[in-house]
Design a protein around this ligand. Structure first.
Ligand SMILES: Nc1nc2c(ncn2[C@@H]2O[C@H](COP(=O)(O)OP(=O)(O)OP(=O)(O)O)[C@@H](O)[C@H]2O)c(=O)[nH]1
Length: 768
């Protein structure tokens, strides 16, 4: 075994300050309830990190609706695999993966945390992702580099709104999933309701692998339908850590109802898997036609694995993480059914063969070490003290240190190979979504292979063909001004925002062209609140935020044409350019979210590349600021009829003239404001439904559906303009005494009525 040294002599783990290395260290400032006097030798966190065989690696994500129990489940996994000594609790604010101060205070996950641990000779790289919709990009970034996922559900609620969103994201990346029905200890937990909601709301094919033993408070374990083993956890007490459990074959002494449910469940499982997997169906018909039930469990397990990998079905397991029941079988299922990196087919990655190819999927700014970049290694090997080529930016950088992430602790290593998640120090230019390779030569070789020319001949391919696709960043919906306490702090604030932006691509910062103020744009109220708080705590700047404003969009009502000439002398040089163009509204639904640009046929040949680029620049800069209120423009197609320049005219002047002409044309075409409309889902008790509906009516909400849940709660589905939703969480809490929950997600941008638009325009111009 290789020796790995700790990165720092003095480490901060959450709010604990370890002095003198992690072995035999003293805690100087303990907070909350976990009272360690030392980190014991048997805790594996810091022991050894070795490169496991790629077939034994599982890169998985844990995803779900807020509060389903992802963090609690992750904590149990770390504990049972021996990587932590005490069970963390989100309600006590001492979990490993929620290590940011704000996460611990609020009991929610904000950033995805990567942890690495071993389970039964497998290496599991696990990412705990946030459930709140404001942090959806964190989920997207994580899913981009994962091979499999565990979707955690509250078994009393079934599929909730945000689960649908993250499930869609996982589908987009073709990620095989396992479902874990958590909270089986709740009196309202309901297995069949949850299974049905997976089938209907996620349009997935649930493959139930376990039958719970009792329900609600008397839930004690599960029967594994693959093996007919009954797994029970001894005590109902929360103090029982669940490490030990009993596993025994079902026999006649077991409860008759349970035996019946298991018999039916196993037969249904065998039939379902045979329907989904031809190989298994052939085996049944040839060797077990007399008695399907005699099929060996290993054959059934292999078939379930094939079904999972082909994404024809999703294994469903159940348990109660908080009561320490059912987590070990979930870990077994992760290793048994989810794919190793080799089983995921990345065509592009095959072109790199043994050469390094990795994707940067997350950047964390560390005050001492600078940017820490998380990489998923797809091929080749990464070593510290080595140069790499950032293919997306075409620049060379140096990795000084290489580490394995364990939440906010990092263990240094001398190499990491394909399939692993690595953390690097030293990459200063790399941002989320960049492709990292070893050299220009290896990129060229991969490009040749991508084009089917593997004979070492000339480079036919372009780098673009061998760059991994990055992460799509959604447009922010809220913005506000941010001001430092004094002008002397402006530079510090700019630096803080630059660092935070590198970490979080969904945070946008811009300067207001009129007032010069700094504008912060984010995905929701909570997102902006967290950023504000981080600037205060991590950068020591007490900023002032202006009122939260909604990010509207602009479009046009009809087509409009304009011609413009710019004639300007700068020094000795005269710049003359004349532009003629037309803007037209796009009407096809699929196109309205974007803008288009077309040049007249003859212009494509007539104009130089520089002038063409300047025209594009001018048009796109006008799309960024519409003529009505300066919001981005969408749903517009621009046609450039002519661009005539005199010799000596600079590209900047061409851009300026195009931009001015665009503004004229957009004004002629008549502007229309579009407002973000959110889809809202509120889960509320029947007694409070009336007041929630009444409040929604005042917010211009449109109720689309009211569904009844098995536990008598109602799920209200509505659309409502974002502008009406500021402070909604507080109002809902008051209306329902804190019992209702809601989720809000951008649905579409909708045209405002002429009356609403005129009120908004007056408000913005200070008339109202
Ligand atoms: N009854 C019950 N409660 C649970 C169970 N698992 C988690 N909880 C509780 O549910 C709440 C949310 O748990 P978390 O683990 O933070 O859920 P999460 O999905 O990570 O939440 P976010 O990160 O905020 O999305 C906490 O109060 C937990 O104690 C369970 O098995 N049974």
């Amino acid at each position: 075994m290789r020796e790995f040294r700790l990165l720092e002599k003095k480490m901060v783990w959450g709010k604990y300050l370890f002095v003198g290395g992690l072995r035999n260290c003293r805690i100087k400032c303990p907070v909350k309830k976990r009272h360690y006097s030392f980190i014991p030798d048997d805790v594996k966190t810091i022991r050894t990190v070795v490169n496991p065989d790629i077939s034994k690696i599982r890169n998985i994500g844990i995803m779900a609706h807020i509060d389903a129990g992802k963090t609690t489940t992750t904590e149990r996994m770390l504990y049972y695999s021996g990587y932590t000594r005490a069970l963390g609790d989100v309600d006590d604010g001492d979990t490993v993966t929620d290590f940011m101060a704000q996460e611990r205070e609020r009991g929610i996950t904000i950033q995805s945390a990567a942890v690495t641990f071993d389970w039964r000779s497998h290496r599991i790289n696990l990412i705990d992702t946030p459930g709140h919709v404001d942090f959806t990009l964190e989920v997207e970034r994580a899913l981009r580099v994962l091979d499999g996922a565990v979707a955690v559900f509250d078994a009393s609620a079934g599929v909730e709104a945000q689960t649908v969103t993250v499930w869609r994201q996982a589908e987009k990346h073709h990620i095989p999933c396992i479902c874990f029905l958590n909270k089986m200890d709740k009196p309202t937990a309901n297995l069949s309701f949850s299974i049905e909601s997976i089938r209907h709301k996620l349009k997935a094919n649930p493959v139930l692998l376990q039958i719970p033993v009792s329900s609600g408070r008397s839930f004690t374990g599960v029967v594994d339908l693959l093996t007919n083993q009954k797994l029970t956890w001894g005590s109902k007490s929360t103090r029982d850590d669940g490490r030990a459990f009993e596993s025994k074959a079902l026999d006649g002494s077991d409860d008759a109802d349970l035996l019946h449910a298991v018999r039916e469940g196993r037969t249904a499982l065998i039939e379902q898997v045979a329907d989904l997997d031809d190989e298994f169906a052939d085996l049944l018909l040839t060797d077990f036609s007399d008695n399907f039930d005699a099929v060996p469990s290993i054959k059934l397990q292999e078939a379930v694995r094939r079904v999972t990998l082909a994404r024809k079905g999703v294994p469903v397991l159940c348990g109660s993480s908080l009561r320490n029941k059912g987590v070990q079988p979930l870990l077994d299922a992760i290793t048994a059914f989810l794919p190793s990196p080799q089983e995921r087919h990345h065509h592009l990655v095959r072109c790199y063969k043994e050469d390094l190819c990795a994707l940067a999927f997350k950047v964390v700014h560390d005050k001492q070490r600078g940017p820490l970049v998380f990489l998923r290694i797809y091929s080749g090997t990464l070593k510290p003290q080595s140069s790499i080529l950032n293919l997306s930016r075409n620049n060379t950088e140096r990795i000084s240190r290489l580490m394995v992430p364990f939440a906010d602790q990092y263990v240094e290593t001398s190499s990491l190979s394909a399939g692993n998640i690595a953390l690097t120090v030293g990459l200063k230019q790399t941002v989320t979504g960049d492709t990292i390779v070893s050299s220009k030569a290896s990129a060229a070789a991969a490009a040749r292979r991508a084009h089917g020319d593997d004979d070492g001949g000339g480079v036919k391919g372009k780098n673009a063909d061998v760059v991994l696709s990055g992460v799509e960043v959604p447009d922010p919906v809220f913005f506000c001004t941010i001001e430092p306490p004094t002008m002397a702090k402006q530079a510090d604030l700019e630096n803080a925002l630059k660092c935070l932006q590198r970490e979080d691509p969904s945070l946008k910062v811009r300067a207001d062209p009129d007032s010069g103020q700094t504008i912060l744009c984010g995905m929701g109220e909570l997102h902006i609140e967290i950023i504000h708080d981080r600037i205060r705590r991590e950068y020591n700047i007490d900023t002032h935020l202006g009122p939260l404003q909604v990010a509207y969009r602009e479009t046009i009502l009809q087509h409009g044409s304009a011609t413009d000439t710019l004639d300007r002398s700068i020094g000795e040089r005269r710049h003359v350019v004349t532009v003629e163009l037309t803007v037209t509204p796009l009407d096809s639904q699929s196109e309205v979210a974007s803008c288009e640009l077309t040049l007249a046929d003859d212009l494509e040949d007539k104009l130089s590349a520089d002038v063409r680029a300047a025209v594009h620049n001018g048009v796109h800069s006008s799309y960024l600021q519409g003529p009505l209120l300066g919001y981005p423009v969408q749903g517009v197609s621009t046609f450039i009829h002519s661009v005539v320049t005199e010799s000596g005219t600079s590209s900047a002047m061409v851009s300026a003239c195009v931009s001015r002409c665009m503004q004229k044309a957009l004004r002629t075409a008549g502007g229309k404001l579009l407002e973000p409309v959110m889809s809202l889902e509120v889960t509320v008790g029947e007694e409070d439904l009336g007041s929630v509906l009444g409040d929604l009516a005042q917010r211009r909400g449109t109720v689309q559906d009211i569904q009844s849940r098995h536990d008598d709660d109602k799920v209200l589905v509505a659309t409502v303009p974002l502008a009406e939703m500021k402070g909604y969480s507080t109002v809902l809490r008051t209306l329902t005494s804190g019992t209702a929950t809601f989720s809000l997600e951008l649905d579409t941008y909708q045209a405002m009525s002429p009356q609403e638009q005129s009120v908004l325009l007056k408000k913005m111009s200070g008339v109202l």
